[in-house]
Structure formats: structure tokens, C-alpha cells
Design a protein around this ligand. Structure first.
Ligand code: BGC
Length: 517
């Protein structure tokens, strides 16, 4: 057990808890879930730029990428639907799997879902590592996608149900930190393994088995969450787990709240129908748009295709993979900025500052590429132009990493009332995956047709989303989850949707919370 007793005020009652070893293990499991997702995001771009991989599975792309004749259009040399399908098929599978996972985690528990996710991911990584043809590659990607869908549905739920209330926010961003760590590890491995004479790509793809094994084994040994036990009628086990994870016998207040919350949730038999009611309109609209907008920042153009993009900009193989490592480092370290500031400065400041930074960077990158390649796609990047471009790409990644990266997972998870929270989470995951798929699938074609304008295209979306945040996303920093209706009620636009008798509006004696916006 680490640390002393913490008395946290939640829902007007006092919860007693220590930060126990169980909670720390919880973080590690969450981290493995994030690692699997991140490893996957980072690995495919590097692999698809490895010559041996391309020549074996995508020979026509390989030939085009090696074509140095003067009429080669730089924007189009990697454009291949099959190549993009390799990257993006995973996200389509994850989208479907996240709905299945929500039922499995309700009926069988979070633990089983995480275990299932780990095993699927393991099977996918083996299939990919030993792949002999494109069909095996894509089947492997689909299994990996099911693993990601399961993990992204269950791990954040598991985390927030295990975490003591006073560290829940930080733990949420720790999930994104794990995603970025996974991306960085993948970038580093790609860099090292691309130097292997043969089969470097097999190791890159096959080593995904390690985070998968850690997650599967972790899931076997971890207890399920108290909420999940209660949901399945095992109240004694729930109380026991709660005592263990809080490090104290005195868990009555929290236990009663869990029972009560699960009673309320049980009254709502159809969360999918309920979520459409007008009183939930603010949460629904904001979640749909946040998940959609996060992908329309264009971040995954960098995460998936950084090496391919850098090659397009005229860097050599090695320099391209190295540049991906640099963006990976920037991504991971910048996430720490939000972890340490999100509860102090609030979500809105991070969203707005990060958004403005991204817009400026996208304009600069688009203009640099326009200046060097123009619309014909002919020419070469000079070293200095390449360096300026990479610098602005890094500043763009940093802006994302302390704003839309973590906040797109944090904000939707904290604005829904309990009765529709898990349905809300499914919507968040699936919309995110859908647009991850679409961007992954169309990026190389878009680059080929929109050329440098692609960066202005995503920049335009960041302008729209920054204006949207300014007017429509209220500050949720420090707002107790069960008093979120006060936030909507104080908002110039959303107030009209919240009935005057909505839950959480009455002044509780113990409540000192006043909305900020
Ligand atoms: C996004 C991913 C993205 C990653 C980059 C996550 O929050 O959902 O699509 O690749 O951040 O760090």
C-alpha cells in the first residue's frame, strides 16, 4: 500500500481510500491497453515504407516509389488503395468490435473483455508476423482491430471504475500517454528493424505480441471492478474488491453510491433510445463532434504515414524513419503537458491554444510544400526547407498532443450522466474509429489529388473546431460528474435543453461547485 488515507468528497459523501498497489496495477493494465493501440498506430507507417515489405506484398507501389524519372509526381508515388486498406482495415474492425465489446463487458465483465482483446491482438500479431500474402496481412489487421475495439471499450471503463475519485482525471490522460508511448516504441523499432537485411518488417509486426501478452496475462490476474460485480449481482465480491483497492474496511459510503448508481442505471433499459432525448442533446452533439473533429485535425496523416510523408518530401529511407521517431518523442512528451495542466488551466484553454498552434503550423507546412513542389509535384525539397517543414510538423504534433489528443477521450467520458455513460462511450469510440478508418483509407489518394492543399484542408477544419470549442464547449474542469447539469444550465446555448428539474441542479449542502462558463 502506498500513501496515506485520502478522504475524497464525491456526491456530497466522504469516500475513504489509499492509493493502493491494486490501483497502480490498474494503471499498468490501462497502459498496456493504450500501448497496443499506440503500437499499432505507429508501426504500419514504418512497415509500409520498408522496401522488402513493399516489394513482397505491394510490388506496383514499390516500383512506383523507386521511379526516379523526372515525370514522377511526388504527391502520388505511394497512392494505392490496397496499401491504405492494410493500414485502415484495422479501424473498421475496431468500430464493429467496440459495440460487441460493450455487451460483453456488461454481461461478462471488464476483465473478460480485456482478456479477449489481448488474445485477439496476440493472434493478429502472429498472423501478421508470419504473413505470406496480402490476405494473411489483412486478416491479421482485422484481428488486431478487434483487439483494439475490445481494449478501447473496456480499459477506460475499468480505469475509471477502479480509480479513487481524486486521481480519475490524471488516470484518464495516462491512457493517452500510453497510446503515445506505444507509438514511440513502434517508431523506434521501425527505425532499428528497417536496418535488418531481411525480415525486419516481420519483427515490427510480430512484436505487437508483447503488449498483447502483457495485457492478456494482466487481465487474468486482475480482479473485475466493483461496478461490474454489482451489475452481475455479485454484491459481496464487489464490496470485497472495493475494500482491497481502497485499502480500508470503511467503504460504506462509496459502496452505497455504487449500488444506487447501478439501480438508476438499471431503470434505463434502453440507453440507446434515451440518449436521443432532447435533455441529452448537449452531451450527444459534443461527443459526436469531438470524436469526428479529433480525426479531422489530420493527426493520423502524421502518425500513420510520417515515414511515407517524409519520403515524399525527399528524405532518404533512414532520415524518414528518424523523423518519425522525432515526431513520436514530441507527441509523448507533449502529452505530459496536458496531464499536468488540465485540471489547473482547464480544458478550454488547452483546446483553444492547441487549436491555434495547429492552424498556424498547417498553413506553414502547406505553404512550404507548395513552394517546393507546386501543383505539379515535380522537384526536390532542399535540406533547409525540409528542416523548416519538420519543425512545424513537430509543433503541430505538440499542439495536438496537449489538446485534441487527450481531451477527445477525456471530455466525452466526463459529460454523460451515468444512465447513458456507456452508450455515450460506445458512440465516442465508434465515431473516432470510423473517421480514423476514413482518413487512413483516403489520405494517400487525397495527397495525390489535393497536393499541398491537403494541409490547408485539415487546417480549415481546425479553424472550424476551434470556433466550435470557443462557443459550444463549456469548461468542465473541477465539475463533479453528477453536477454536470449545472454546467449546461449556465451555458448560453445549451441551457435551453436542460429541464429545470433535471438531476444535479439543486444546491446540495456540501456542494461548493459553481460553473465557470
Ligand atoms: C487518437 C489517435 C491518434 C493518437 C496520436 C489518439 O488520441 O485517437 O487517432 O493517432 O491520439 O497520439
Amino acid at each position: 500500500m502506498a500513501g496515506g488515507v485520502i478522504v475524497a468528497d464525491s456526491g456530497g459523501k466522504q469516500y475513504h481510500s489509499h492509493v493502493t498497489a491494486y490501483v497502480i496495477v490498474t494503471c499498468i493494465v490501462a497502459a498496456t491497453g493504450g500501448l497496443m493501440f499506440g503500437y499499432d498506430i505507429g508501426i504500419s507507417g514504418g512497415v509500409t515504407s520498408m522496401d522488402e515489405f513493399l516489394s513482397k506484398f505491394f510490388p506496383s507501389v514499390y516500383r512506383k516509389s523507386k521511379d526516379v524519372t523526372s515525370d514522377t509526381n511526388q504527391y502520388c508515388k505511394f497512392d494505392s488503395q490496397l496499401l491504405t486498406l492494410f493500414t485502415s482495415s484495422l479501424y473498421l474492425a475496431a468500430l464493429v468490435a467496440s459495440f460487441i465489446a460493450s455487451t460483453i463487458s456488461r454481461v461478462f465483465g471488464r476483465k473478460v473483455t480485456m482478456f479477449g482483446g489481448g488474445i485477439m491482438f496476440l493472434a493478429g500479431s502472429l498472423l501478421n508476423g508470419f504473413a505470406q500474402n496480402v490476405a494473411m496481412l489483412i486478416a491479421g489487421r482485422i484481428l488486431l482491430g478487434i483487439g483494439v475495439g475490445f481494449a478501447n471499450q473496456a480499459v477506460p471503463l475499468y480505469l475509471s471504475e477502479m480509480a479513487p475519485p481524486h486521481i480519475r482525471g490524471a488516470l484518464n490522460i495516462a491512457f493517452q500517454l500510453a497510446i503515445t508511448t506505444g507509438i514511440l516504441i513502434a517508431n523506434l523499432l521501425n527505425y532499428g528493424l528497417s536496418k535488418m537485411e531481411r525480415n525486419g518488417w516481420r519483427w515490427s509486426l510480430g512484436l505487437a505480441a508483447i503488449p498483447a501478452l502483457i495485457m492478456s496475462i494482466g487481465a487474468i490476474f486482475l480482479p473485475d471492478t466493483p461496478n461490474s460485480f454489482i451489475q452481475r449481482g455479485q454484491n459481496d465480491k464487489a464490496r470485497q474488491v472495493l475494500q482491497n483497492i481502497r485499502g480500508t474496511e470503511d467503504v460504506n459510503n462509496e459502496f452505497e453510491d455504487l449500488l444506487e448508481a447501478s439501480e438508476v442505471a438499471r431503470l434505463v433499459t434502453n440507453p440507446w433510445g434515451n440518449i436521443l432525448r432532447s435533455q441529452y442533446r448537449p452531451q450527444l452533439v459534443i461527443t459526436l463532434l469531438i470524436a469526428f473533429f479529433q480525426q479531422l485535425t489530420g493527426i493520423n496523416v502524421i502518425m500513420f504515414y510520417a515515414p511515407v510523408l517524409f519520403k515524399t518530401l525527399g528524405f532518404g529511407d533512414d532520415a524518414s524513419l528518424m523523423a518519425a521517431v522525432i515526431t513520436g518523442l514530441v507527441n509523448m512528451f507533449s502529452t505530459l503537458v496536458s496531464l499536468f495542466t488540465v485540471d489547473k488551466f482547464g480544458r478550454r484553454i488547452l483546446f483553444l491554444q492547441g487549436g491555434i498552434q495547429m492552424i498556424i503550423c498547417q498553413l506553414v507546412v502547406g505553404s512550404m510544400i507548395a513552394a517546393e513542389f507546386g501543383t505539379s509535384g515535380q522537384g526536390d525539397f532542399s535540406r533547409s526547407a525540409g528542416n523548416v517543414t519538420i519543425t512545424f510538423i513537430c509543433l503541430y504534433v505538440a499542439g495536438f498532443a496537449w489538446s485534441w489528443g487527450p481531451l477527445a477521450w477525456l471530455v466525452p467520458s466526463e459529460i454523460f450522466p451515468l444512465e447513458i455513460r456507456s452508450a455515450g462511450q460506445s458512440i465516442n469510440v465508434s465515431v473516432n474509429m470510423l473517421f480514423t478508418f476514413i482518413i487512413g483509407q483516403v489520405f494517400l489518394t487525397l495527397l495525390c489529388h489535393m497536393k499541398f492543399g491537403l494541409f490547408y484542408f485539415f487546417g480549415g477544419f481546425v479553424i472550424i473546431m476551434t470556433i466550435f470549442v470557443y462557443f459550444f464547449v463549456p469548461e468542465t474542469k473541477n465539475a463533479p460528474i453528477d453536477e454536470m447539469n449545472k454546467v449546461w444550465k449556465a451555458h448560453w446555448f445549451w441551457a435551453r435543453f436542460i429541464p429545470d428539474n433535471a438531476a444535479g441542479l439543486g444546491q446540495r449542502k456540501s456542494s461548493t461547485y459553481t460553473p465557470l462558463v
